[in-house]
Design a protein around this ligand. Sequence first.
Ligand code: GNR
Ligand code: NI
Length: 165
Amino acid sequence: MATNRLKILKFPDPRLRTVAKKVTKFDKSLENLAYDMLDIMYKDNGIGLAATQVDHHIRLIVMDLSDERNEPMYFVNPEYKILDNHSLFSFEEGCLSVPGFNEVISRPDKIDLTWQDLQGNTHNDSPDGLLTVCIQHEMDHLEGKLMVDYISPIKRDRIRKKLSK
Ligand code: GNR
Ligand code: NI
């Protein structure tokens, strides 16, 4: 395997604010990027990673929610609709781009999700539980949005100062 040169960008790096572009080519380089992302995600004990976080601004997300860390999932060009009958689900989130800071964030708990796999095949599902939380967290990254945008500006500034050191 080629050397994995990916590095995870840390808040307040302005590159984390980039809006990712749609994937149009389902080739070997997309697959390789996904595998390298998975690699670094496992190394840093994350459960999900968006391409934005490794300075690749395309709509690609990898995830593994299993305890054994052997059930990788790939989401290309994901889109979701919040369902009418949703409630808010509060969950303590962490982010590899905001290391050391956990925040409880409330998100809709029922979504309808459409995405493509690494081969370009389209899938649709209405996930629940952690997957619903995680995919919204990752899709925020693709829009240049971060966990810290949900908390108070004062708290966000304190985190910015600590991570800028
Ligand atoms: O590893 C991660 N854990 C996590 C916990 C709760 C909600 C979301 C996440 S995603 C995060 C990895 C990360 O930063 N992905 O963007
Ligand atoms: Ni994150």
